[in-house]
Design a protein around this ligand. Structure first.
Ligand code: NAI
Length: 773
């Protein structure tokens, strides 16, 4: 099977455009086709418009604006002949069987002998889609169901038919996994596949039961979200987000296609309130509002499910949620309040429904759980939730209520759905025995390593693990992976002891949502409030020395971030010998937001990178100005690709599309570095001094005058300019790295003397947001 290099996407709507963008993010050539609207002056107008929208979309569909150049617009009247040159055609047109089949006939006439065709349908079975098409077409056809938005949702549901050729499936799997970075869940050919089958049931159950049991929208969202590990949008918030108008279509589709015996039908159709809302333009966030809306005074309001009138949102009282944090989900579901009964009725129905669908919709429970985690952002899948509640407790309660116990729950007979045996994760199969998790080749997960081994060293905030092949992995596990001196001590100890224990190198990596949000600034605040200046200096010096020891040591270290790597987390990566980044890595030196400057070598590294970069602007002040702009505006990259432009990543740092493949790639990188590893030598700097500082400050005063910057913004910017221009120096002087590091420390201490910087730190700690004072 030849490698997939060129893709055509037909249908340039929400999904087609998003899929085209992700394919372009992967570096593939994309042809984006849509129909020719009647009377159009430009036949490609729909696809061209879609590309324009991609460039403006928020959150951005493109990882880098230049990726748009890989997408060529076209139309299905003139450009179907070009399908012969494509390796894969993805159909993402309107969800209508007849229209899709009509298009497939045309695609079949024009596609190349080996061109693969897939549909992005959310509900239509493959058997129906391919009915009446040629044998060659059926051999080359499958369903690849992306989730919205395709760049950010990691799930891809894959369905093959009895005639799909194995090499066709293998080719698509490789492309989707390695290039598009998606996690593939194999589904059976049933309506709604896995995630939407269960997810739609859950949404519909939550809505109809809230109406029937007179539960408020915001109370329902509160009780169904946090206790169950569901995003805080809950059910009604999620419906507002995806669009209320989609719901009746999906419901109607499932009503038509699911067997009459399916429990889905017992929930009833679309509630009249929903229909009225859609008819009046209340389609959710894209319309006038939905279950929630902002009124003319920007006050958030919520609809009454009983009379359709809006009133300001009231936060539900914690006791209204049934139980506090302590008892967990089970206490909520056992609570005798109306809300407790509501939560139990929705969740018990949903979990029992899911338990009744294996093996009808998937071979195993792991596929179902992964689909719900990655497709609906649930923290736990249905079977993981059942384990939390206890399958015996759950079954007993169903029995006590005279409700049928699904076969899989009866088969579990009180045993957990998941367990660990001899260091391996296992799940219960429909054959009554446990099966060890199978990871695809090249997928290395720290969670697996942690199941089967003990840390080599560590403390409450960080641990070091043995990844095998002579490579260790340092993991932070502090709150939001913020960095503190205890973590620095683990880094220092690892650098000292791992080589003695025969390790070749180390990866710094974790499986949290974010690599690191930065240094724990609570230390800074305490130090500032108590005027413990030597303490602040010590914390700064500790980080600087740790990172320098790492950078100039003999032991290769590869940073492997995903998610946010901010402030101190970013500075740590700047000191690694190489970085293997997940494509969704957001890097930035955001210290100005808390009224300080980067103090763990961030200023020094940005100066040295912008001075040395081959494409960087030349001249004495130009590199200084680049570093200044990035830091003063606290710019954060919106992708790893963009981090490269900002020189947070370097040209030879690797970017990996699939989150599950980052660790393995980083381990490989360590091994390559370890061959002929040569320690680096520190940089020297020639900086412009006061004249450079003056140049950097030109803009600031204008910003203050125009009200864009505050007086304290100007103070912080001025101090940053002092560090980056090298303070009292000129281009003839030579400054060492230590000189710049010492400036970083001096300036931070000076800024922490100001009440405004202390207020910024305190505000960030309290609210998680920067204070503009
Ligand atoms: P959409 O309505 O945003 O876009 C559909 C596009 O297809 C439109 O630009 C339309 O002009 C074009 N089109 C319609 N008939 C055509 C034809 N015969 N030839 C060429 N182009 C044609 O729809 P959306 O939401 O992007 O959905 C597309 C497919 O993806 C559907 O099958 C849907 O079920 C599925 N899907 C949708 C998701 C969502 O959240 N919107 C999520 C996952 C799958």
């Amino acid at each position: 099977m030849p490698e997939i290099k060129k893709i055509a996407v037909i249908g340039a709507g929400v999904m087609g455009a998003g899929i085209a963008a992700q394919a372009a993010n992967a570096g593939l050539d994309v042809l984006l086709l849509d129909r020719v609207p009647e009377g159009a002056a430009d036949n490609n107008v729909i696809a061209t418009g879609a590309i324009d929208k991609l460039l403006k979309s928020k959150p951005a569909a493109l990882m880098h604006k230049r990726n748009a150049r890989l997408i060529s617009p076209g139309n299905t009247t003139e450009h179907l002949t070009e399908l012969a040159t494509c390796d894969w055609v993805i159909e993402a047109i309107v969800e209508n069987l007849g229209i899709k089949r009509e298009l497939y006939q045309k695609i079949d006439a024009y596609r190349g002998q080996h061109t693969i065709v897939s549909s992005n349908t959310s509900t239509l079975p493959l058997a129906d889609l391919t009915d009446g098409l040629s044998e060659a077409f059926r051999k080359h056809f499958l369903i690849t169901h992306f989730f919205n938005p395709p760049r950010y949702m990691r799930l891809l549901e894959l369905v093959t038919g009895p005639e799909t050729a194995p090499e066709v499936e293998a080719g698509i799997r490789a492309c989707v996994d390695y290039k598009l970075g998606k996690s593939i869940v194999t589904c059976k050919d049933t309506p709604g596949f896995i995630a939407n089958r269960i997810g739609t049931y859950w949404l519909q159950a939550a809505v109809v039961k809230a109406i029937a049991q007179d539960i408020g929208v915001e109370e329902a969202d509160a009780v169904l979200s946090r206790p169950a590990g569901v995003p805080k949008t809950g059910v009604f918030g999620l419906l507002d987000l995806v669009g209320l108008d989609l719901m009746p279509h999906i419901l109607a589709n499932l009503e038509d296609t699911l067997p009459k015996t399916d429990a889905f039908h017992q929930l009833g159709g679309s509630p009249p309130l929903l229909e009225t809302m859609v008819a009046e333009g209340y389609t959710g966030r894209k319309g006038k509002g939905g279950f929630y809306r902002l009124n003319a005074d920007k006050v958030k309001e919520v609809i009454s499910l009983q009379n359709g009138k809006y009133a300001p949102v009231k936060r539900p009282r914690p006791d209204a949620l049934g139980a506090g944090k302590k008892g967990g989900l089970r206490a909520v579901l056992e609570h005798p309040s109306a809300l407790g009964r509501y939560a139990w009725s929705v969740l018990s129905d949903t979990l029992a429904y899911a338990a009744g669908l294996v093996p009808e919709i998937a071979d195993d429970i792991e596929a179902v759980d992964r689909a719900m985690r990655l497709g609906y952002n649930w923290k736990y899948g249905p079977f993981e939730l059942l384990d939390k509640l206890g399958s015996a407790w759950f079954s007993a309660r169903l029995k006590a209520e005279n409700r049928p116990v699904p076969a899989l729950l009866a088969l579990a007979d009180g045993r957990p759905f998941y367990r660990t045996r001899e260091g391996h994760g296992q799940h219960l199969g429909t054959d009554q025995s446990y099966h060890t998790f199978q990871r695809p080749p090249g997928v290395l997960l720290l969670e697996d390593i942690k199941r089967r081994s003990r840390p080599l060293l560590g403390n409450r905030w960080a641990s070091v693990w043995d990844l095998g092949e002579g490579v260790a992995c340092l993991e932070f596990h502090s709150k939001m992976n913020s960095l503190n001196p205890f973590i620095l001590s683990v880094i220092k100890k690892a650098l000292k002891t791992l080589p003695e224990r025969g390790f070749k190198g180390m990866v710094i990596y974790n499986e949290g949502e974010h690599f690191s949000v930065g240094a724990n600034i609570a230390m800074l605040l305490v130090g500032g409030m108590l005027r413990l200046w030597p303490f602040i200096r010590w914390v700064l010096k500790d980080g600087q020395t740790t990172f320098s020891t790492m950078k100039y040591g003999n032991f290769p270290v590869v940073g492997a971030p995903a998610g946010m790597a901010l402030g101190g987390g970013c500075e740590l990566l700047l000191h690694c010998h190489a970085v293997t980044a997940h494509a969704e890595t957001y890097m930035g030196l955001v210290e100005a937001g808390v009224g300080i400057v980067p103090g763990w070598g961030g200023c020094k590294e940005m100066l040295s990178r912008w001075t040395a970069a081959p494409k960087a602007p030349k001249g004495p002040v130009a590199p200084v100005l680049k570093a200044f702009e990035l830091i003063v505006q606290a710019q954060v990259s919106t992708s790893a690709a963009q981090a490269r432009d900002m020189l947070f990543l370097q040209a030879d740092d690797e970017i990996v599309m699939n989150r599950d493949r980052v660790l393995s790639a980083a381990r490989d990188r360590v091994q390559v570095l370890a061959e002929n590893f040569q320690a680096r030598t520190p940089a020297v700097f020639h900086l412009p001094g006061p004249t450079g500082k003056a140049a950097l400050q030109i803009g600031i005063h204008d910003f203050v005058k125009r009200g864009i910057a505050t007086a304290h913004d100007a103070t912080v910017a001025g101090e940053l300019a002092t560090v980056l221009s090298g303070a009292e120096t000129d281009m003839m002087d030579e400054l060492s790295e230590q000189d710049i590091l010492s400036l970083e420390r001096d300036i931070i201490v000076r800024l922490m003397h100001t009440a405004q910087s202390r207020a910024r730190v305190a505000h960030m700690l309290k609210t998680g947001k920067p204070l503009r004072n």
